[in-house]
Design a protein around this ligand. Structure first.
Ligand code: ATP
Ligand code: MG
Length: 729
């Protein structure tokens, strides 16, 4: 088997081999990014079948996403001596798909209620019925419930020590009843119910018997409930193999517990621990940067990673003045690489920290016809659920009869959308109005105050048309959200508030570029249009496309070339983790409060930076915009720390003049990131990719390099070989 594997291009190293062959008994395989954890899992499944004649259906392989599960099956199918039918029979599943299969097998027939938007709508309605909608946001409560259930507890067990908690519980129980009456279950229910089913020996024992081998990938991100399920299932054979990297725990907001992996060998006293420390993914300079970033975390198992690859290229940095310029640079640069034949689009990933952090780059990609796939969101920023209603108000301001925009503008009014639209359309047939919304002001189903609200809304829409786009956005923000954003109500889920705040700021930044609402709306419309065309073209073509995704989504993946954008203070680390009191939210009181410690929040951000950097195989470009949402932003502390450069101001307050790592460092005098790199001559400084003469140009730290400690002739030599930056050329 192993010889055949080698012929197929996989020459396992010693600890990898040991992990593949280990058994019986629990096994923890701990390794940094790219050391072949997932590879080992697949190879082990193949080994068990091909060599140990284990039946495929008695192997359970748990992965984090359904995409990973599908890939796992593909990988197994390619292994030597594995028949396609056997590869298909291996149970490669996510926790949720495993749980759902179990429920269905047990005769549970409820529909899945998985649409987040629909859940919010239901919760909103229930809050209104309970007269609690002033005090709570639906998102707040639902995520608190989710975190609660991730710990294996039901809504009935929610605490009720304060009035707030009692109110929250009442609303959440109403939500549970609502689902029950309609025979529905959401994703958390699926997991919780399956976990509870496993308490029943009649259910558990056959499963324990069946799954002789259980393996879990990305174990660092399992939550309490998932961990408990695995432990129960594995209790008979005890052939539980978990692989993971404590440095890649990035889902604590979903209830992931780093402790699970840190203490696995304490829970399973006889567990074998195998560490893999050869990274096959990244060239050594990239790995070096990743390692020195995460080395600053205190809560971790120390690791030493060596790169099996070449030394490769130095990671490159750029400090564009803002995200707009950042997007221009990145897209121009990647286009050039593809044009020169160095890369295909699909070799490239662009990673960003927050959902709204991709707005500028998305626009550049669309407007310059770069084929790309956005994982997760996949929609134009202006069409996203938080932003769409505002844009639709602007559209109505220009053309009040744009019917498709009316429903979304009705949303914030608490007017029933469907019935409202029906009424408008019926009345329009009798008599068309310039402002079709006006029909609602005479609709007997609405109460006086609601009719008044509609009138108010029409006045607002009228006034927006003549405003500057930025002012128009600010005006809507004032009317729709300020009251909520400024409220210090304890039921507010900080995370949601931050997302909303961020999206609104992003919209303001976007609007600022236009002089008239007309231009702004025309741009958003064109963007949607072009994006739709691109989508259909891409689906028809061969799928060669750039990947655009959040760092969270990039987990487990690898790309020859990675652009990490937004590596600035306030973005990465994210502002929610900086210089704040612990988030005052409901979650803290109902969950264990794992998130509350600011130090831990910062450590999670550092892990995110580590995950991002270690996705790259050969090329890594990091950009740190000097401003975000119009406010100055310093270079991310994670980069400065890694390069041994002290931030010039105390953390938390951004310094627009902070220079990029390398700028203040003398070559050879500082520890290089990732001391494992063999080349002692390696420099901390980054080499400019572009050589521009214009003093206005801010391309790849050309200015910073002057202060780098490099000899003048070295700078000249480096600069000479570099081309003009895209802005200048
Ligand atoms: P992550 O922590 O990011 O999930 P991982 O530890 O799961 O990473 P893999 O994705 O399994 O790492 O492997 C990283 C890369 O290294 C893959 O391209 C894989 O094919 C390659 N690789 C792993 N082991 C070997 C080996 N023994 N020889 C050659 N290449 C290997
Ligand atoms: Mg992996």
């Amino acid at each position: 088997y192993f010889r055949a594997l080698e012929q197929a291009g996989i020459l396992l190293n010693k600890p990898q081999l040991e992990a593949v062959r280990y058994g019986p008994g629990p096994l923890l395989t701990l390794a940094g990014a790219g050391c072949g954890k997932t590879t080992v899992l697949a190879a082990r499944a193949g080994y068990l079948m091909a060599v140990r004649s284990v039946s495929p259906s008695s192997i359970l392989l748990v992965t984090f996403t359904s995409k990973a599960a599908a890939e796992m099956k593909e990988r197994i199918a390619l292994l030597p001596g594995i028949r396609p039918a056997a590869a298909r029979a291996v149970q490669a599943r996510t926790f949720h798909s495993f749980a759902l299969a179990l429920l269905r097998h047990q005769g549970v027939t409820e529909d899945i209620f998985g649409d987040t938007q629909a859940q919010h709508t239901v919760m909103k309605m229930l809050l209104r019925q309970l007269r609690l909608s002033e005090a709570y946001q639906p998102e707040t409560l639902l995520s608190a419930l989710s975190a609660w259930k991730a710990e294996g507890r039901s809504a009935h067990e929610l605490p009720e020590t304060s009035q707030e908690e009692r109110d929250a519980k009442q609303a959440l129980l109403a939500y549970e009843d609502w689902k029950k009456e309609r025979q529905k279950m959401d994703f958390d229910d699926i997991l919780l119910r399956a976990a509870r089913l496993l308490h029943d020996p009649a259910v558990l024992l056959p499963l324990q018997k069946r799954f002789a081998y259980i393996m879990v990938d990305e174990f660092q991100d399992t939550n309490t409930l998932q961990y408990e399920m695995v432990r129960r299932l594995a209790a008979k054979h005890r052939n539980l193999m978990v692989v993971g990297d404590d440095d890649q725990t990035i889902y604590t907001f979903n209830g992931a517990r780093q402790e699970s992996i840190l203490q696995f060998d304490k829970v399973y006293k006889d567990a074998k621990v195998i560490t893999l420390n050869i990274n096959y993914r990244s060239d050594s300079r990239i790995l070096g940067l990743g390692s020195s970033i995460v080395a600053k975390n205190r809560k971790r198992r120390a690791k030493r990673l060596v790169s099996a690859g070449r030394e490769g290229l130095e990671p490159q940095f750029l400090t564009p003045s803002n995200p707009e310029e950042e997007a221009i640079h990145v897209v121009t640069h990647l286009l050039r690489q593809v044009e020169e034949g160095a890369l295909r689009y699909s070799d490239i990933a662009i990673l960003h920290r927050t959902a709204s952090g991709s707005r500028s780059i998305f626009e550049q990609l669309v407007m310059r016809d770069v084929p790309f796939i956005q994982y997760g969101a996949g929609t134009v920023f202006y069409d996203q659920s938080l932003i769409r209603p505002l844009m639709d108000h602007l559209r109505l301001a220009l053309n009040p009869r744009r019917m498709e925009c009316i429903p979304s503008a009705l949303g914030p009014l608490y007017v029933p959308r469907e019935a409202g639209m029906e009424h408008i359309q019926k009345e329009e047939k009798k008599q068309a109005k310039k402002y079709p919304l006006i029909h609602l002001t005479r609709w007997e189903r609405l109460r006086d105050f609601q009719q008044e609200q509609v009138k108010e809304r029409i006045r607002l829409i009228k006034s927006l048309a003549a405003m500057k786009p930025l002012l128009a956005v600010q005006e809507m923000r004032r009317v729709f959200y300020d009251k909520y954003l400024e409220s210090g109500d304890p039921g507010t889920w900080t995370h949601y508030k931050e997302t909303l705040q961020e999206s609104l700021e992003e919209l303001e930044t976007a609007a600022r570029r236009f002089d008239t609402v007309e231009e702004f709306v025309a741009f958003a419309d064109e963007l949607s249009e072009r994006h739709r065309e691109m989508e259909s073209l891409r689906n028809a073509a061969d799928g060669d496309a750039v990947s655009l995704m959040t760092i969270h989504r990039a987990k487990g993946l690898e790309f020859p070339c990675v652009y990490l954008i937004g590596a600035s203070e306030g973005i990465l680390p994210h502002s929610t983790s900086l210089g704040k009191e612990s988030p005052e939210d409901l979650l803290t009181s109902v969950t264990s409060g794992a998130q509350a410690d600011p130090e831990q929040l910062l450590e999670e951000e550092r892990r995110l930076a580590y995950v991002a950097v270690t996705r790259a195989k050969q090329m890594l470009y990091i950009t740190s915009p000097a401003a975000n949402h119009g406010k100055p932003a310093a270079v991310s502390r994670f980069l400065l720390e890694a390069y041994g450069v002290k931030p010039s101001v105390p953390s938390g307050r951004p310094n627009p003049h902070a220079q990029h790592p390398g700028a203040q460092a003398r070559p050879g005098t500082q520890a290089k990131p990732g001391a494992q790199t063999r080349d002692s001559k390696a420099r901390m400084i980054t080499v400019p990719v572009w050589n521009c003469s214009s003093s206005a140009c801010s391309a790849w730290i050309r200015k910073d390099i002057k202060h780098s400690g490099y000899a003048r002739n070295e700078i000249a030599a480096a600069a000479e070989s570099a081309p003009l930056c895209p802005l200048c050329s």
